[in-house]
Design a protein around this ligand. Sequence first.
Ligand code: IDP
Ligand code: MG
Length: 139
Amino acid sequence: MAQNLTFTMIKPCAVRNGHIGSILKMISERGFRIKAMKLTHMTRENAEAFYGIHAGKPFFEGLVSFMSSGPIVAAILEKENAIADFRELIGSTNPANAAPGTIRQLFAESFTANAIHGSDSDENALIEGSFFFSQMEQF
Ligand code: IDP
Ligand code: MG
């Protein structure tokens, strides 16, 4: 896949708390273009599969319950250097360590309920985007 795409989810906590608009504004102002987007709801099975790499870790059960607890916004974003720039925009996984002005620092509720997902590599962006968008390979 081209190196200018990433996959994101606005997680259930941020949707519940009414932050979709604020987060999309930050994403847009940082220069990302939305290539595909939908409001959807992961089942427990979807969340177990999506986060399969974390199976067996102490936080896995809580993560799966949380991610299937309400609607999410899934999206494919395009920008030069998308993976790294988006990880910078969202901030550290643990919001307690997230830099000021990052999405997680502003909107996270907890380590697990940390407002937003961002892919960590081009390869995973393709895998994760394909999980939600059948046309992923065409972008
Ligand atoms: P990332 O989302 O920043 O890439 P990962 O290590 O891939 O972080 O973990 C996936 C998600 O699992 C995190 O975004 C967070 O919601 C949750 N998570 C990761 N590590 C912990 C932890 O130590 N405690 C609680 N939740 C965690
Ligand atoms: Mg990750």
